[in-house]
Write a protein that binds this ligand. Structure first.
Ligand code: PTT
Ligand code: SF4
Length: 616
């Protein structure tokens, strides 16, 4: 019999902010072993604690901050935190992963997760320390931008605590508002910032004391030290540290995957001006998340209204504000990215919404004519979205909502899956990546599988069933395991750190000798539970789940690329359908994408099976 002693705290902090009360609740060793932490634990808590069909922006919806048994230990890139809730953007399960000192401080505060319920009457802050929770007046913070909030928090509480907070977008319930940390780390694409805003929770301040005791501290230090050395020896290490995710701009252009003009095309004429090479020349510093020795947080100096400012640059915001909007100027893209951080908006969704709005305006569906590349108008619209002013009020609801409102066939180019806007990989010529978006846990995000990297080796136009097999494997590792450990996945994805290190880390941290078979079962469980959560919540609205929810937008099926080496490419519906059927088969889901009863039971989820299928 396994006894929980090491690696986890075995507790969650349950805070009812409406009543200004808190308590610690036990997390059983069985639950931790079944779900590990992070996303897995958050999904379990939301399933158990959220009232069925709860309105996402109501006090009864829970906001979860969760870590895993590897978070905060001295092993590569362990400073990561999952933020999860029922999403106001999609109505399903939502989460994000943010690299921040808050992950480490949370682990040090004696709990594995924080569960926030209720809503404050007036703007407030909460402070979590090892001694407990304090509820603080936040009137003076309400209305501040994200950057202003971090500065004021540091002034008031010092540089020792870690901070998570929202900007104006979260306050104004923009459906893709995120939670920000450290002047620009952004987490929770599907509106986790709006959930905090609906609770009038402006910021969480965390200062912990001690990490949970590891089962074998020496073994953990040894495995960590070896991994750090290995990473530095990797051939791509120095290039990664120079360009981080920004090198992907040139890669996507070369591979016809760069979202261009609202995903109409996949190559962009002006791409040379927004590449990693250009970023490198403008770079003033780079930083790492806690315990990371392969820093990829690159900051450049840009100019706005005659003054110099600093922006963090990553691939996704650069592609979505750059090529996707027809902007080929690094200074402009840096400003838009920084603005998204400062407003507390998800840059991926914002870039999509703006691309959709420009296209809709060109079709005469929006009164104002907005042009591709109109940086000045785009800049103002971002501020309007965050404040829900003018046209920004509609844009704040996301492309799915907007296309339903505008109609006239605009659904075809509303680039989302299940309501979440698509991240920065065009899929006209990438059926496996389209399937990755179609079946991701939160809607169209690449977090669960950056499948296109593998697809290039497997053949772009192939619909071979092996693509679905490999996709499930990749999702399990990325979306199931890294999200639950919780550590950054990039040491493995980008530099090829041997995955077996994670078995050593888990053993040294928790004392449990997990096998890969067992870990894949855990990942399958997490996927089945999250899918069941979507089904449960949609049924509560009277919508029965069906496979069409797992389809990418029509544009990729109907409008072939007209430019670049893959001109003429588009997705094939029958081929996609076959891949999807194969995907369901491997996961043990029926042909509507519903986990079968025996699948749920064999994964140790009998109560979920009963709710989804009835008890007979
Ligand atoms: C993530 C998503 C990404 S993923 C990017 S860039 W990427 C965008 N970044 C934004 C940003 O910045 N500002 C902003 N206002 N909005 C933004 N939206 C987009 O958010 C992120 C890094 C990156 S950089 C990636 S790939 C990896 N993601 C990981 C993950 O998801 N899980 C994990 N275990 N490890 C990961 N490592 C890498 O972390 P979301 P972050 Mg983010 C300026 O939050 O909601 O998950 O969406 O978390 O701290 O910024 O780290 O080319
Ligand atoms: Fe953070 Fe980048 Fe390091 Fe991952 S690789 S922990 S995102 S700095």
């Amino acid at each position: 019999m396994y006894h929980l002693v090491y690696g986890w705290s075995g507790k969650a902090l349950y805070i009812d902010i409406g009543r200004e009360e808190y308590k610690k609740i036990s997390l059983s060793s069985a639950v931790l072993r079944m779900f590990i932490g992070g996303r897995g634990l958050a999904a379990k808590l939301l399933w158990d604690l959220n009232p069925v069909g709860v309105e996402p922006l109501s006090p009864e919806n829970h906001l979860i901050l969760s870590t895993g048994p590897l978070t905060g230990y001295p092993i590569p890139s362990s400073g990561k935190l999952v933020i999860a809730s029922k999403s106001p953007l999609t109505g399903g399960y939502g989460d994000g992963n943010v690299g921040t000192k808050a992950a480490v401080e949370l682990r040090k505060s004696g709990v594995d997760a924080v569960i926030i319920k209720g809503a404050f009457q007036r703007p407030s802050l909460i402070r979590i320390t090892c001694k407990g929770v304090e509820f603080l007046n936040g009137d003076e913070y309400w209305g501040l931008t994200a950057h202003e909030t971090e500065s004021k928090l540091r002034k008031e509480f010092g540089s020792k605590p870690a901070y998570l907070y929202i900007g104006p977008a979260g306050e104004n319930l923009v459906k893709y508002a995120t939670i920000i940390s450290e002047y620009g780390r952004s987490g929770g694409r599907p509106g986790m910032g709006a959930v905090a805003g609906s609770k009038k929770l402006k910021a969480v301040i965390i200062e912990g004391c001690n990490l949970p005791e590891a089962a074998d501290k020496d073994a953990l230090l040894k495995a960590g030290a070896e991994a750090y050395i290995d990473l530095k020896k990797k051939p791509s290490y120095s290039f990664w540290v120079r360009q981080g995710t920004m090198s992907t701009i040139a890669w996507s252009q070369k591979n016809s995957a760069l979202p261009t003009y609202n995903f109409r095309e996949a190559v962009f004429d002006g791409y040379e001006n927004i590449t990693g090479d250009v970023m490198e020349k403008l770079r003033v510093r780079n930083e790492a998340c806690p315990y990371c020795n392969m820093p990829c947080r690159n900051y450049i100096e840009y100019e706005v209204d005659g003054s110099k400012k600093i922006a963090e640059m990553d691939y996704e915001p650069t592609a979505l504000f750059g090529s996707n909007l027809g902007i080929s100027d690094m200074n402009a893209v840096a400003h838009l990215s920084d603005l998204a951080d400062d407003m507390g908006l998800d840059a991926i969704s914002t870039g999509n919404v703006l691309g959709f709005a420009i296209e809709a305006s060109q079709h005469g569906l929006i009164e104002e004519k907005i042009e591709w590349g109109d940086y000045d108008r785009i800049k103002d619209l971002i501020i309007d979205i965050a404040h829900r002013e003018g046209m920004g009020d509609d844009l704040a609801n996301g492309v799915a909502w907007l296309s339903r409102k505008l109609g006239h066939g605009s659904e075809r180019y509303a680039m989302h899956v299940k309501g979440l806007e698509i991240s920065a990989y065009d899929c006209h010529a990438a059926p496996g990546m389209a399937l990755a978006y179609g079946t991701s846990s939160i809607g169209a995000h690449h977090k669960d599988a950056w499948f296109i990297s593998l697809e290039i080796q497997m053949g772009r136009d192939s619909y071979a069933p092996e693509k679905a097999d490999k996709l499930v494997w990749m999702q399990n590792i990325r979306g199931g395991l890294f999200e639950s450990f919780v550590t950054c996945r990039l040491p493995w994805v980008e530099l090829g750190l041997d995955l077996d290190y994670y078995l050593r880390f888990l053993k040294a941290a928790t004392g449990v000798s997990f096998t890969w078979d067992e870990l894949h079962t855990i990942a399958n469980r997490v996927y089945a539970l999250i899918r069941s959560f979507w089904i449960r919540e949609f049924r509560a609205k009277g919508i029965e789940w069906n496979r069409m929810f797992d389809y990418p937008p029509d544009r990729w099926f109907e409008e072939p690329l007209t430019q670049g080496p893959l001109a003429g490419s588009k997705l094939d519906r029958k081929g996609y359908d076959k891949l999807l059927s194969r995907y369901y088969e491997i996961r043990g889901w029926d042909q509507n994408g519903v986990p079968k009863k025996d699948t749920l039971e064999s994964l140790g989820l009998p109560e979920v099976a009963n709710l989804i299928h009835g008890s007979n």
